[in-house]
Design a binder for this molecule. Structure first.
Ligand SMILES: [Zn+2]
Ligand SMILES: [Zn+2]
Length: 290
């Protein structure tokens, strides 16, 4: 549930080519008003599970997106039931969207392509159907080998930019392969955004070697049994997943409102296991790389 300091769950992934949301808890659209995110630019929403703290903001957000001149398609990924719930909500409330809305009901083990990213879905352990998403971006082209271009006599200018974007280029009547003048490609970004879950093997699989793992940390050590009973994790358990999966950075979310004045204990407990753990707050922006 929300507190004065922390709203329920929604996480945005901003990329030059796209804006994605993960979950859309109540009042997500209000929080977005205080952020650089433009609702009409959001082109995909990934729902981890159908608990209210993760989806009650969805109808409001998608209606507002239409009101704010969102005309481009929106795809919502989520568990079975999301389509029925959305269809009924839109129909009963007479909500008309002026953009194409596609709803994809995901299944354990499936992969999807979205904006050039490969999205892998696995079932987690939450005592309720819940999923985690692994996102793998396309390889990034290597940097320009200016020395090689200079040796060939290619002057700097607009052609340099074309070489980074196009497969071949022409200079002095000869066609060259751009790849001969670029460093080797860099691996694409990798992220894992998990829904509510206890520690499980699927989490490790999704998180393997990612740049950023977003993992819930509902409770502190002292409530580890409580966490298990309700299908949640402690901050330390999230850190064990991060350490086992050898991720680069761990972002802790979904903190119980009971820790409102003592949240730093969660970060401390996680850092004892995995040093690069960070407790997230509303509106905090974190670079995926670096
Ligand atoms: Zn839940
Ligand atoms: Zn939750």
């Amino acid at each position: 549930m929300p507190s004065k300091q922390r709203n329920v769950t929604s996480i945005a992934l901003l990329h030059p080519k796209m804006t994605w949301l993960f979950d859309c808890g109540e009042a997500t659209q209000h929080q977005i008003l205080h952020s650089p995110i433009k609702p009409r630019k959001v082109n995909a929403i990934f729902i981890t599970h159908l608990h209210g703290d993760h989806i009650f903001g969805l109808p409001g957000f998608i209606s507002t997106r239409a009101a704010l001149e969102g005309t481009t398609p929106l795809t919502i990924y989520g568990p079975t039931g999301i389509k029925e719930w959305m269809d009924a909500t839109l129909r009963i409330t007479g909500t008309y969207l002026r953009y194409p809305l596609q709803i994809v009901e995901v299944e354990d083990g499936q992969t999807y392509e979205q904006d050039g990213f490969r999205v892998t879905v696995r079932s987690l352990e939450h005592r309720f159907p819940a999923f985690g998403y692994r996102l793998e971006g396309p390889e990034e082209r290597g940097a320009l080998r200016v020395d090689a271009l200079k040796a060939l006599g290619v002057p700097s200018g607009p052609l340099y930019r074309r070489i980074t974007l196009e497969e071949t280029f022409e200079f002095d009547g000869t066609v060259y392969a751009s790849s001969d003048f670029l460093e080797s490609p860099k691996p694409g970004v990798k992220l894992a955004v998990l829904g509510d879950t206890m520690p499980c093997a699927a989490s490790i699989e999704l998180a393997r070697d990612v740049d950023v793992l977003v993992h819930e940390a509902t409770f502190a050590d002292r409530e580890v049994e409580h966490a298990g009973r309700f299908g949640h994790s402690t901050a330390r358990q999230a850190a064990v997943i991060a350490d086992t999966a050898q991720v680069k950075k761990l972002l802790l979310t979904h903190v119980s409102a009971r820790y409102v004045d003592q949240e730093e204990v969660l970060e401390q407990e996680a850092r004892e296991v995995f040093a690069n753990s960070h407790l997230m707050f509303d509106h905090r922006v974190v670079p995926v790389k670096g």
